[in-house]
Design a protein around this ligand. Structure first.
Ligand SMILES: NC(=O)c1ccc[n+]([C@@H]2O[C@H](COP(=O)([O-])OP(=O)(O)OC[C@H]3O[C@@H](n4cnc5c(N)ncnc54)[C@H](O)[C@@H]3O)[C@@H](O)[C@H]2O)c1
Length: 356
């Protein structure tokens, strides 16, 4: 029986309209449609404006997602619309200026990964939002994927004991550059673009990192940066994990965009298999759970795993804002993931282990 004091007041008719968070989105490119679809579906959000330097992209987004206002200048949008939350879906070079703009008006902000081009930029964004007393969240969505939440719950339940070893892997030959041609010119490619998600998962499952060793390679000679990386992490808990990723795998079937996870613990082990079957063994017990993600009206196979996590990431942002707590992937938290990215490049260049 619920305690009497926990009874929620009955909602007043129409009150949900008053409590909706007014959201404005900056950047209407390749990935933004997922954010816009999710904002439109989230009951706590009211998508009030979109902005893109490219007027046709802003106009298309406004029309497609029934957004009442569109802008080509973020400062103008913020001044006129006064949103409760700004969602930045531009590439990293523009993040710092846009975050500073939001902080100047004390507007909470979510910013896509990678957080920024350098650790200095990322730290500056954390500081400016701290100074303004406003929320800064990084849209780090992999840990919000259904299977990853389930794995975290299995670890929390102690089913496999203390994690001692793990592998987090994303190997594909899917042509990611077709949708994101800017990736051709990135001097720091797969670790900053994709490995960053996997390094965040490593922290999510095994805790903070003490040592890192990384080896990189460039397989597709048309790209400027590395497109294969293998990173070995030593965690403060004593666990060891391996994070590996490539955009140039020839494996069949190609698992894109699925991340594979294996974790061995003191009492058992788990393995996220290719068709979203989570195998869990502990002692003599063995079970396989279906951790696939149901489709939403706007999601489609095989991208739905990523698309759905966008919804959950944004839902988490709204909860954090309403509850006044720091989001899991706050700017301050993401500095620790970003430091691992920097460490990977440092280690790959020097051939030495990096200590944190
Ligand atoms: N989390 C994920 O799973 C995931 C997946 C894909 C992309 N991303 C990230 O999303 C971000 C955006 O990627 P994308 O592929 O959509 O890029 P994109 O280049 O297709 O779109 C970015 C848009 O931002 C606009 N823009 C840039 N600066 C602006 C400014 N100052 N004001 C207004 N508009 C501005 C550009 O005109 C462009 O239309 C990247 O950081 C990328 O790494 C994340």
């Amino acid at each position: 029986m619920a305690p009497a004091s926990s009874a929620w007041p009955a909602p007043i008719e129409g009150s949900e309209i008053l409590t909706k968070t007014k959201v404005a989105v900056i950047g209407c490119g390749f990935f933004a449609s997922n954010h816009l679809n999710a904002w439109n579906e989230l009951p706590g959000a009211d998508l009030v404006a979109v902005c893109d330097l490219d007027e046709s992209k802003a106009a298309d987004a406004a029309e497609q997602f029934s957004v009442p206002a569109m802008f080509t200048d973020a400062a103008q949008m913020i001044a006129q619309v006064k949103p409760d939350l700004v969602d930045i879906v531009t590439t990293m070079v523009s993040h710092r200026k846009l975050v500073e703009l939001c902080a100047a008006s004390k507007i909470p902000v979510i910013v896509q990964k990678p957080f920024g081009p350098t650790l200095e930029d990322c730290t500056a964004m954390v500081e400016v939002c701290r100074g303004a007393g406003t929320m800064l969240m990084v849209h780090e969505n992999f840990r919000f994927q259904n299977p990853m939440r389930r794995i975290r719950a299995v670890l929390d339940a102690g089913t496999i004991g203390d994690p001692v070893w793990g592998r987090i892997s994303f190997r594909t030959g899917y042509d990611v550059k077709a949708g994101q041609p800017y990736l051709f010119d990135e001097e720091r490619l797969i670790v900053l673009d994709l490995g960053i998600h996997l390094l965040d998962l490593a922290r999510f499952f095994f805790g903070e990192v003490e040592t890192l060793y990384s080896r990189h390679a460039r397989i597709d000679q048309r790209v400027s940066g590395e497109d294969m990386a293998t990173i070995m992490l030593g965690h403060g808990s004593g666990a060891t994990s391996v994070v590996d990723c490539t955009y140039e795998s020839r494996q069949r079937p190609d698992l894109f965009p699925q991340t594979s996870v294996t974790i061995e613990g003191t009492k058992g082990a788990l393995d996220l298999k290719s068709d979203f079957r989570l195998s869990i063994s502990a002692g003599a017990e063995h079970r396989v759970e279906d951790v696939s993600t149901p489709l939403r009206a706007w999601t489609s196979q095989p991208w739905h795993i990523a698309q759905d996590s966008v919804y959950d990431t944004q839902a988490h942002a709204l909860s954090a804002l309403a509850g006044g707590f720091a989001p899991e992937t706050s700017g301050a938290d993401n500095l620790k993931t970003y430091a691992l990215v920097e460490g990977a490049y440092q280690s790959a260049k020097s051939g030495e282990c990096v200590r944190f």
